[in-house]
Design a protein around this ligand. Structure first.
Ligand code: SF4
Length: 73
């Protein structure tokens, strides 16, 4: 597998929102922070230094069913 700079990894998400309709957590809560697009946005801001890692972010990132539906779709 080719090595990728983490900043390029964030650009792999086109922010289309296609994952929203397939995430059971988003469908149950209507909170974008729990779906892939929201998590990419949050993590990019942490990586860029715009957002400091904290307990709330840890809770958001650990709230995932790992169902793979966002990746599949
Ligand atoms: S793995 Fe499942 S629960 Fe987690 S973000 Fe993707 S669709 Fe949502």
């Amino acid at each position: 597998m080719e090595k990728m700079d983490y900043r390029d990894a964030f650009k792999k998400c086109s922010r289309c929102g296609g994952c929203l309709a397939h995430c059971p957590l988003y469908l149950a809560t209507n909170r974008e922070q729990y779906v892939a697009r929201g998590k990419v946005e949050l993590m990019e801001n942490v990586a860029l230094g715009n957002l400091k890692w904290n307990d709330r972010l840890a809770q958001i990132f650990s709230t995932c069913l790992l169902c793979g539906s966002c990746t599949e779709n």
